[in-house]
Design a protein around this ligand. Structure first.
Ligand code: PGA
Length: 327
């Protein structure tokens, strides 16, 4: 199966510069179809599997931090901000520096839905603009809704759904979006060819009951999308954003140990409930008071593939957050 995986070591001269790194597991390699070629360079830090869905980021320096078959991804969630259109140019400029890292980290921004069309062409090339919600029934008599078909027509490639603030954590008695509804939206998004950021996370009383309760809560939010994930060819098209509700907007961040434990538990569950290939290929972002100060430690955790950033995405430090996981 792996006989066609060829390693080219370009610019050999200082092979001792290579620190040990872990190639994808046997399962990952076995899942490559024939014809894939891995290009490794002692000077380039990244390698790509030509024609495949995976991107390996390998470090030849002393600190190989990303040796997993997943490209990091960072999103900025502006929620219902800013209050004024006049504030948009400055918020957009905050992302300019992120473009230097796009070969190592995907970046997307979720402006308020009203502002999507205003800013969508204002970001540097390669930075995706993602609405914060969508419907599942296409265009028609759906007052107040936003159709994925309209997004695709506008050239948008990403949609965020299932944020806890739509799953009953609004602080208002608005009906919570059900797991079934969010799963229906996901299927529709994928059918229309877009990528989805799928948010999950537990409230504080669940966290206080321990990791088993946390995992059970996350599983309850993921169960309905198991068949969808199983059928997904390109695992990078669904990104899970794990956002503990108690950490969102509170300034209280999950510790790296807590976040890593939870991400790993989710990934292990996916390996069993969906399959190993999905578990290894799907990206799981951390969200909840992520900022420039805590990003480096969180980014060093092997199962944290990026961040969904709220408050700090409205500030220049978003570049430092991207840099922390891209470097
Ligand atoms: P926060 O929000 O970074 O302000 O905690 C994250 C989110 O809700 O996506």
């Amino acid at each position: 199966m792996v006989s066609t995986v060829v390693l080219f070591l370009a610019a050999i001269g200082s092979t001792s510069a290579f620190q040990p790194f872990i190639l994808p597991t046997k399962t990952s390699l076995a899942s490559f179809s024939s014809g894939h070629v891995v290009l490794l360079s002692s000077t380039s830090l990244s390698s790509s599997l030509l024609g495949g869905d995976y991107l390996l980021s390998l470090s030849s320096g002393a600190n190989p931090i990303r040796n997993l078959p997943r490209k990091p991804i960072v999103g900025g969630n502006w929620k219902c901000n800013p209050a004024s259109v006049s504030a948009l140019p400055e918020l957009v400029r905050n992302f300019d520096g992120c473009s230097a890292f796009l070969d190592k980290c995907d970046v997307y921004v979720c402006p308020s839905n009203l502002h999507v069309a205003i800013v969508k062409d204002q970001f540097r090339p390669g930075i995706s603009v993602s609405p914060q919600n969508c419907n599942f029934g296409g265009c028609g008599a759906y007052t107040g809704e936003m159709a994925v078909e309209q997004m695709r027509d506008m050239g948008l490639d990403t949609v965020l759904i299932g944020h806890s603030e739509r799953r009953g954590e609004f602080g208002l008695p608005t009906p919570a979006e059900s797991n079934e509804l969010v799963a229906t939206k996901l299927q529709h998004i994928l059918d229309e060819g877009l990528r989805c950021i799928f948010c999950i996370g537990e409230p504080l009383p669940v966290r206080e009951r321990g990791i088993d309760a946390v995992l059970a809560e996350c599983v309850s939010q993921l169960q309905d999308i198991v068949p969808i994930l199983r059928n997904l060819q390109d695992k990078s098209r669904v990104v899970i954003a794990y956002e503990p509700v108690w950490a969102i907007g509170t300034g209280v961040t999950a510790t790296p140990a807590q976040a890593q434990e939870t991400h790993k538990a989710i990934r292990d569950w996916i390996a069993t409930a969906v399959d190993k290939q999905t578990a290894e290929g799907i990206r799981i972002q951390y969200g909840g008071s992520a900022n420039a100060a805590n990003a480096p430690e969180l980014a060093a955790c092997p199962d944290i593939d990026g961040f969904l950033v709220g408050g700090a995405s409205l500030k220049p430090e978003i570049v430092d957050i991207v840099a922390a996981i891209a470097k």
